[in-house]
Structures are given as C-alpha cells and as structure tokens.
Design a protein around this ligand. Structure first.
Ligand code: HEC
Length: 259
C-alpha cells in the first residue's frame, strides 16, 4: 500500500515536472517567435512566426512538382495557372490567412477542365504544398508542422504588420449612401473585409459603422432613391484599401436610415 502511494506521489511529481518543463518550453517558443517576428509582435500570429517546418516544405516541394508545377511553373512563376510567388502572391493573399489559402487550394486544386481533380489530394499533402509555397515566398520555417488547425488565423502580412487590403480584392462594406448627381459614395463605411463566402446581409443591419469613404464605381442601377440609407455592398477595391473607391458588384439597402 505505502509502495503504491509513493509511486503515485512519484508520478504526480513527474507530471508536475513535465508540466513545468512544458511551460518553460512554450514560453521560450513565444519569445523566439516574438524575436523572429521582426516587428510583427503584437499583431497576433503571422507567417513571420514560423508556420511550417523545413522538412514539411521539402515534402511539399516534391508534391508540388508532381501535382502543380506543370501549370504554375517549377519556380512558382506561373504558366497556364497564375504565379504563386512574388508580387502576385502578395496581391492575391496579403491580409488573408494561411487557413484561407490552404482551404482555397484544398478545395479547388489541382485544376482540370471538368473539376474532377479538385480536392483529391490527401489533407496533409495540401498542408505540405502550402508550406512549400510559404517557404518560397521567404517566410521562415518554425518548429511546428502546418495543419488545418495550426493554420487558423495565421495572418499573411508584410513584416511591418497588417495593412490595407490589396487593390482588386473582392470586398464587402457597409456604409451610408451619399448621392450627388449621378455620383454615389458610401460614407461612415466599415473597413472593407475580404469576401470569402456568402455575405450575411442580416448582420449588416446592426454592424457598427466606421469612418471610411468610398466613391462607388460602375454602379449599373440608379440608387438615388436610397439616399441616406444604410447600404451593403460588394465589389473590388480600386487602389490599395479602396483609396480610389470600390467597383461595385452588388449593392442593396439594409435600412432606411443610417446610424
Ligand atoms: C492543369 C493546370 C493546373 C494544375 C495542375 C494546378 N493548377 Fe492551380 N490553377 C490553375 C488555373 C488555370 C488557375 C486559375 C483558375 C481560376 O482562376 O479559376 C489556378 C489557380 C490556382 C490558385 C489561385 C491563384 C490565385 O491567384 O487566386 C492557387 C493558389 C493554385 N492554383 C495552386 C495550385 C496548387 C497548389 C496545385 C497543385 C496541388 C495546382 N494549383 C495545380 C491551373 C492549375
């Protein structure tokens, strides 16, 4: 009996030590991530913190060469499909997240005419391929492998931190309609968010407005009767962050007044 107790005590001691060791390791991981982040500390997890491992990126390279490089180029420079590196990578994926990139690729690639190949690779292989793409973009490797779980919320941002969404990004905004002649503008508008699925216009009725202003371009239907209404719009940004407005795809009233 006493032998059993002492064993139990020993076990408790052991697990306590293990837990302390774990705490120390994770604290130092956080520190290292912060140091390697080159100024991104404070912005939350990002690609600068090491989102994949070196081994995983080289597995990803092999899988990429087999399944993707015929269309995207052996150096990701593009071909039948778009480039997956350099400026094009930034334009397509900046201010999104690694889980979004992984989900897009897992759902849509490899590409073929009837869409039969889309989504056919094993999930860990897609994660390996994304690791390779991230490594080619110059993001550092870390100590944890990338998976659908670890990719959650990992921001794809410049080293300096988050910025405005790139020009031509498909976005959603809510704001108040201002009309002058045939020119329309959304004022008190929310920060544009990337459209990644169906837009929830029900939520748009209550969302807190912001301080952005966007001239609306290519509006095909007259909106004069919605002057002063709260509007929900989707479209693509003209200029970085929509500095020159939004090229409208859809726009609809969500409330008759705008507070
Ligand atoms: C047979 C040619 C082909 C193959 C193989 C292929 N792709 Fe593509 N890929 C394309 C084309 C074409 C597009 C553009 C499709 C579109 O815009 O609808 C595309 C789009 C993409 C995009 C979106 C790019 C963007 O700018 O939004 C990514 C990312 C991508 N492919 C990654 C991959 C990966 C990773 C693989 C391998 C698992 C792969 N592709 C295999 C042809 C291919």
């Amino acid at each position: 009996m006493s032998r059993f107790l002492s064993r139990a005590t020993a076990w408790r001691l052991l697990t306590a030590t293990a837990a302390t060791a774990f705490l120390i390791t994770s604290a130092s991981t956080v520190l290292r991530a912060g140091q390697g982040a080159g100024g991104t500390t404070g912005f939350g997890p990002s690609v600068w913190d090491g989102a994949f491992t070196t081994a995983q990126a080289s597995r990803g390279q092999a899988a990429f060469e087999k399944n993707c490089s015929s269309c995207h180029g052996p150096s990701l420079e593009g071909g039948e499909g778009p480039a997956l590196s350099g400026d094009r990578f930034w334009a397509d994926w900046r201010e999104s997240t690694v889980d979004y990139l992984l989900a897009q690729i897992s759902k849509n690639m490899p590409y073929d005419d009837d869409g039969k190949l889309a989504g056919t690779l094993p999930a860990p292989m897609y994660a390996d391929i994304v690791s390779y793409i991230l490594s080619r973009q110059g993001f550092p490797a870390g100590s944890t492998e990338l998976s659908a779980q670890t990719a959650q919320g990992v921001q794809i941002i410049r080293r300096e931190g988050p910025g405005d969404l790139p020009a031509a990004t498909l976005v959603h905004v809510v704001g108040c309609l201002e009309v002058s002649g045939s020119n329309y503008k959304l004022v008190q508008a929310t920060r544009p968010t990337r459209v990644t699925g169906k837009v929830n216009t029900e939520a748009d009725k209550a969302v807190a407005l912001g301080s952005k202003e966007f001239p609306l371009k290519f509006v095909l239907t007259p909106l004069t009767r919605y002057k002063g209404y709260r509007m929900s719009a989707t479209g693509s940004l003209v200029g970085e962050g929509g500095s020159d407005g939004i090229s409208i795809d859809t726009i609809r009233p969500v409330a008759e007044s705008c507070q």
